[in-house]
Write a protein of this length. Structure first.
Lengths: 404, 223
């Protein structure tokens, strides 16, 4: 009963001085909205990393041959030739901590069907590629070990190829001609999008054995994917791979590697941290905005207490206890801060949607971007409202009544 | 009703000199009395009223209100007595700005658990003749009307004692008469009233007169 009446009086006191209420709520709103945007940007960045990792495949190392000057002279582009099929088999067999490996022979080639031709990226690989690189089929099936053993002329194509060559019709069972060699299409991969400049949906995947013997006639690999059993063993596996390859390639101790190993996951995380160097200041800016909002609340509350000395004196005279006065001013601070909190969440959410729509900065609104700021605004009210409230509660009613 | 003995109150001034405001004051106000407290400015009238209203505590002495010794009660109990048994009327009215007459009158009920506070406030305003001003804000009311709202607020908890500290000090003669009529009406209805005033004409119409001079209290003979 008493609480409800007190709450009503607080609301009326706030409504009676609208400008003051709105100003202090606005201060809180600025702080809260910046926290909402910060949380949204953080959530978006985390989502972006997760998406990159989903696209790439987890715990993945990529081994590339080093580019050798002389290879350009031999007219084979800048591609290195040091990675052998035997290297791949040895890595899968000998290195501890390796979950699976996938060899890749890659060539940009022309695919022809029914008089049309499109340029595609042909990847000769194995069954393990799908798991390692997180590919799945939308229709048909993926390459298997039988295809590999038989050097079958079968292909799994990406959705872009289906679109451009087959006008979106199902290509399963059709025969496409690549470099003059006919391939029967057995599957279509699920859409993945663009990663690191390469479109993952314009690939034509064929067995690595077929690619090497029947299509491009090479005995070296473009790269090897190595999926480790966990992120923790990554460094150890990299060292073991390097040691194994140096031994196999008989590289003297004073010569550099003729390959290099890339930890894609570490690269993505590092890139995120680097990109975060700007956002490193954002938490401090948010904290600053919050403190400024709180100080605004404090200043306005103190002003309000001073202006209302006579009212406080009167309340004490007619039977209010100091704790009633304390409660009233705390309630007022809470109401103002909650109002600011709601407005801040609203403004911050709009900021996130606008930011996500207009910039390439990934942002998203999560439940915690609403919950934490609300808790913060309650915290602000208590942290910055308690001093004025105590000051009000400690007033001597006789002195307070004299001031007018 | 009210009985106080050997009340002393000393203030320390900023220059550290001690100011004896009340020097060993005794007094008694009977139930139903309309007592005027008169005396020059700074003589201790307001200090006495603050002590009798339980807003202030004497340095020594005893104070019995409604047969109960209240000098040494704890703050919570003193607040309860101020709320239930005493109504205050001030020279400055002390109405909450931007708040309607009814809500101003409701204020003491915020701190007590009575049913239907609005109805009580409306009834109290009716008793001071402001039934047609229930939802007016103070700035829309004349000085006399504002003081009547303040009197209604003092009455709303139906206290036995009303303490009025120069309630007409800011009002002109005509309005002073209106306010005095209200107090006389309350007196006729059996309420105990203590009225601090500078106005000897008003004091002359009260049933008792207490004069405070130089920190001492004298009862003046009733005319």
């Amino acid at each position: 009963m008493k609480w409800r009446r007190n709450l009503r009086l607080s609301i009326r006191a706030l409504a009676a001085s609208k400008l003051r209420t709105l100003l202090s709520a606005a201060g809180v709103a600025v702080g809260i909205s910046s926290v909402v945007v910060l949380l949204g940007a953080g959530a978006g960045a985390e989502r972006a990393v997760q998406e990159s990792l989903e696209q790439l495949g987890h715990n993945l190392l990529v081994i590339n041959p080093s580019r050798i000057e002389s290879s350009a002279l031999r007219g084979e582009g800048a591609e290195g030739t040091t990675l052998r099929v035997e290297d791949w088999r040895a890595l899968s067999r000998d290195v501890a901590g390796v979950l699976r490996t996938a060899p890749v022979v890659e060539r940009p080639l022309l695919a022809q069907w029914g008089g049309d031709a499109v340029s595609v990226r042909v990847l000769g690989t194995t069954e393990a590629f799908a798991r390692a690189r997180n590919f799945s089929v939308a229709a048909g099936r993926f390459l298997d070990s039988h295809d590999e053993a038989q050097r079958s002329r079968v292909a799994v194509v990406g959705p872009v190829v289906v679109e451009s060559l087959f006008r979106g019709e199902s290509p399963i069972g059709e025969v496409v001609t690549i470099n003059g060699v006919p391939f029967r299409i057995i599957g279509v991969t699920r859409k993945k999008g663009v990663y690191d400049g390469g479109n993952e949906d314009e690939l034509v995947l064929i067995p690595v054995t077929t690619a090497m013997r029947r299509l491009v006639n090479v005995d070296y690999l473009t790269r090897i994917y190595v999926q480790t059993v966990s992120e923790e063993v990554s460094d150890g596996v990299q060292a073991s791979i390097a040691a194994a390859l140096r031994e196999r390639h008989a590289i003297p101790a004073n010569r550099p590697d003729d390959f290099h190993i890339l930890d894609q996951e570490a690269t993505i995380r590092a890139r995120r941290r680097a990109g975060g160097s700007l956002s490193r200041y954002v938490p401090w800016l948010s904290a600053l905005a919050l403190v400024l909002g709180g100080v605004g609340l404090l200043a306005v509350s103190l002003m309000s207490v001073r202006e209302r000395y006579a009212e406080i004196g009167l309340r004490l005279a007619v039977g209010a206890l100091p704790r009633d006065v304390l409660a009233q001013f705390l309630i007022e601070a809470l109401l103002v801060s909650s109002l600011g909190g709601f407005v801040g969440i609203l403004v911050g959410s709009c900021g996130i949607f606008i930011g996500a729509a207009l910039t390439r900065w990934p942002m998203e609104l999560r439940a915690d971007a609403v919950f934490y700021p609300l808790a913060l605004s309650v915290g602000l009210a208590i942290a910055f409202g308690v001093v004025p409230a105590f000051r009000a509660a400690r007033l001597d009613p006789i002195e307070a009544l004299k001031s007018h | 009703m009210i009985q106080f003995r050997n009340i002393r109150k000393t203030y320390e001034r900023p220059d550290r000199a001690r100011l004896e405001v009340l020097k060993d004051v005794d007094g008694r106000i009977e139930e139903g009395a309309f007592a005027a407290v008169v005396g020059p400015s700074g003589s201790g009238k307001s200090t006495l009223m603050n002590i009798l209203g339980l807003l202030d505590q004497p340095d020594s002495g005893t104070y019995t209100l409604n047969g109960r010794e209240v000098t040494d009660l704890d703050p919570t109990e003193r607040a309860r007595i101020r709320n239930q048994d005493i109504g205050f009327v001030f020279q400055q009215f002390h109405l909450l700005p931007r708040t309607s007459a009814v809500e101003n009158v409701t204020l003491p009920l915020v701190y007590s658990d009575v049913p239907d506070p609005e109805d009580r406030a409306v009834a109290a305003l009716a008793r001071v003749g402001l039934s047609d001003r229930l939802h007016h804000h103070p700035h829309e009311l004349s000085g006399g009307q504002q003081q009547r709202v303040a009197i209604a607020r003092a009455l709303v908890n139906n206290p036995r004692l009303i303490l009025a500290d120069e309630p007409t000090g800011n009002l002109d003669a005509e309005v002073t008469e209106e306010i005095m009529e209200i107090f006389l009406g309350l007196h006729r209805a059996g309420r105990t009233i203590m009225l601090i005033t500078h106005d000897s004409d008003l004091a002359a119409r009260c049933t008792e007169r207490l004069r405070i001079e130089d920190g001492r209290l004298f009862e003046e003979a009733t005319v």
